[in-house]
Design a binder for this molecule. Sequence first.
Ligand code: AP5
Ligand code: ZN
Length: 216
Amino acid sequence: MRAVLVGPPGAGKGTQAQILAAELSIPKVSTGDIFRANVSGGTELGKKAKEYMDRGDLVPDEVTNAMVKDRLAQEDAVGGFLLDGFPRNVPQAETLKGMLRDLDTRLDVVLELRVDEDEVVRRLSGRRSCPQCGRVYHVEYDPPKAEGRCDDDGAALYQRDDDREETIRHRLKVYREQTAPLVEYYEKEGLLATIAATGPVAEVSGRAMAAIEGKA
Ligand code: AP5
Ligand code: ZN
């Protein structure tokens, strides 16, 4: 299974990617997570990405595409993957298509998670993330068992730098202008499945699995 998740910031891509990847037994490849790991590790890639991420802008395509190419070449991704946060504009989608063509394969499905902007702002302003395992929580909708600590590894949860209200608004603008056109792009390719990403997390996962199975 080679699948892509598309949706605005806060749609629940990371939350669902974790669940769906486990259910489908494929690795989750999240470009946001890979960038954040590089920023906290102080790597060259992290230094290049940080200023764009802090502003809520996209990291330049050449940087992102090279990183994804390396990741998809790793052994665990050869048989399939779930991409979260890539592609994020039409040129990245074209690059991905070329990468997969070179590997003699193609995408099976692109799942669009739909949610309105007010809900996005509520979700992102209450999000807390685990620096250790990447799991995301919400102070109200999905709180950890012990306040401020990850259920899985006990690490202290943190709030992302780009989850301030003005940066959230900018990320939404970037989504509308650069990423939303992918919906039509993948519709034309016959790959698109769209679901409502509201309601309890488990219900969204159920809808997502049904949509993926219906398409693939
Ligand atoms: P990235 O990390 O991909 O951020 P994003 O797309 O803005 O998405 P988020 O991680 O904010 O949200 P999500 O949809 O994963 O939601 P989540 O599951 O966490 O990218 C960050 C930056 O990296 C970009 O701005 C850019 O600079 C750079 N970047 C990344 N990829 C790039 C690319 N391809 N090209 C160029 N640059 C790139 O959920 C959000 C909250 O809601 C959580 O608190 C969660 O608990 C809660 N929640 C989830 N589901 C539900 C539900 N059903 N009900 C209630 N609450 C819910
Ligand atoms: Zn954790």
